[in-house]
Design a binder for this molecule. Sequence first.
Ligand SMILES: [Zn+2]
Length: 315
Amino acid sequence: MNHVLGRRAALALTVSAVLLVATACTRSSSAHEEGRVPTVAVTTNILADVTAAIGGDAIEVIDLMPPGADPHGLALSAAEAERLLDADLVIANGLGLEEGLVDVLAAARREGVPVLEVGPALDPLGYAGTVAARGPDLDPHVWTDPRRMATASDLIGDHLAELVTDAAADDVRGRQEDYRRRLEALDSEIEDMVGTIPPERRRLVTNHHVFGYFADRYGFEVLGAVIPSGSTLASPSARDLADLTTVLRTSDVRAIFAETSQPTRLAEVLAVESGLDIDVVSLHTESLGPPGSSADSYLGMMRTNAESITAALVS
Ligand SMILES: [Zn+2]
């Protein structure tokens, strides 16, 4: 707790210090009027990957989230906060995901930096689950549905096209259409893959409530989560864990899906305590994998997760 409070206080100081510098500058002209490549600061590496795929060499993407990091708890260094405040556009997930960046995003808005939050524009859902999830009110994990990400890619493309010259905007539109086609192909591929899982086994128990949109899109039931929350920063009570153990025992659960960005210890303890034959399978839930891995892009991450889910539940 002290650690968290300490980090928040440090961020507040960092943002204040950066603001003193940033207020000395004014945003008087656009990047292309100045003959420079526009910079776009992105708060999650998933959205940074989509932005880079659409922007190509017409923009410079500042990816603020390292591979394997937790977007709920992400905090920026003073230098990173300064780059965000100097950017021509900030792209964020929103819907309460970036709990550690609330202050710096508010500072960006005050400074007149355009901030595009994609989550609220993607028909956000509340939480589903036999064991109910606690807030934030709407589920921020919109990227687990490729169809919603197709809408996000259009939105991102529209905003990037406004930052660049007319000629570069045509290239952005072309890449945006190409990327949308790839998302639609991914969606069909995942639909075919999970279609091999018998309907009665399309049930998910995860580390925290991260796959609500995936479940909604592909016909899965969310049974519950080890952390009964939409945030990894919450902690389960003894009662929460007992409730989930009951769900595991009364349902035909084959696997608990953990996260590569979080410890798997609690999930492993629950799997053992249930007394059932339950595997703990790690997924790339809210961060890309390291460069060179099968999950080092959004498309690769979703395909890898769908393969792991299918392999765990199909037999
Ligand atoms: Zn999450």
